[in-house]
Design a protein around this ligand. Structure first.
Ligand code: GLN
Length: 241
């Protein structure tokens, strides 16, 4: 029996909008299928074993949480995260966690470093926070699908020439409210602004991440049709098809 080994990064600090619900969904969908599930955590000052986990997860946080975490993450986890990503482990980061996957998060005079897993930078520009419901279209294999969520970020993220977005915005703001892109994807490294939490709102995405992490193929679970129907009616209500 396969076991999904998840490591939560800074779970006490990076958990805005109940982002830890993403881990609850991964656990439930593994256990409902008879797959094993193990959860570890790595916090301030703690090293990371790149080979001990199949999926690394980081939630969102306020700017002040990110200020505490950013330098520690570069010092204690950067190299391990690169090694893990290079061997195909899944890295999923939401909002504040997503911003720290890039090269920097500029907040006025202060520049927080990122772990440089992906080619992007984030800037806290003048202007309103980007807040509201958001829907994007993303293809993680098997054709385009909708990911629904909620975004609330002051930072605007700009992808560099070597970065691919996770998806294109159907409704909402996305990375910066301008270029129509949302999130980032490099192989199994995924960053997104979408809370919800993300995976309870998009059960298919939870399954896809489990598939990528364990290199397995999963069948839908009983009850997934209700989830699909809810997605369809939400898409119609949002006028996105
Ligand atoms: N603090 C970051 C910003 O405002 C991320 C916020 C979040 O994780 N929701 O841009």
């Amino acid at each position: 029996m396969s076991t999904l080994r998840v490591c939560a990064l800074y779970p006490d600090l990076m958990n805005i909008y109940a982002d830890r619900g993403n881990i609850a969904v991964l656990r439930a969908r593994c256990e409902w299928r008879g797959l094993g599930f193990e959860l570890a955590a790595s916090g301030m000052g703690e090293a990371l074993d790149p080979d001990a986990h199949d999926l690394f997860y980081m939630g969102g946080g306020q700017d002040r949480d990110q200020m505490m975490v950013a330098r520690d993450m570069v010092a204690t986890k950067r190299d391990a995260l690169h090694a893990a990503a290079d061997r195909g482990a899944v890295v999923l980061a939401v909002c504040g966690g997503y911003q720290l996957l890039g090269s920097s998060y500029q907040m006025g005079d202060e520049e927080l470093p990122g772990v440089e897993l992906v080619d992007l930078r984030t800037v806290r520009e003048a202007g309103p926070r980007l807040i509201g419901n958001c829907a994007i279209e993303a293809d993680l294999g098997g054709g385009p699908r909708v990911i629904a969520g909620f975004e609330n970020h002051g930072g605007r993220t700009y992808l560099g020439p070597d970065a691919q977005p996770l998806g294109r915005v159907l409704a909402g703001h996305g990375n910066n409210g301008r270029d129509g892109f949302e999130g980032v994807r490099r192989h199994n490294v995924i960053g997104t602004y979408l809370h919800g939490p993300l995976l309870p709102k998009n059960a298919w995405l939870a399954d896809r991440l489990i598939e990528l992490a364990l290199e397995v193929e999963l069948e839908p679970l009983p009850g997934d049709e209700a989830e699909e129907a809810a997605h369809r009616s939400a898409r119609r209500a949002a006028g996105v098809g």
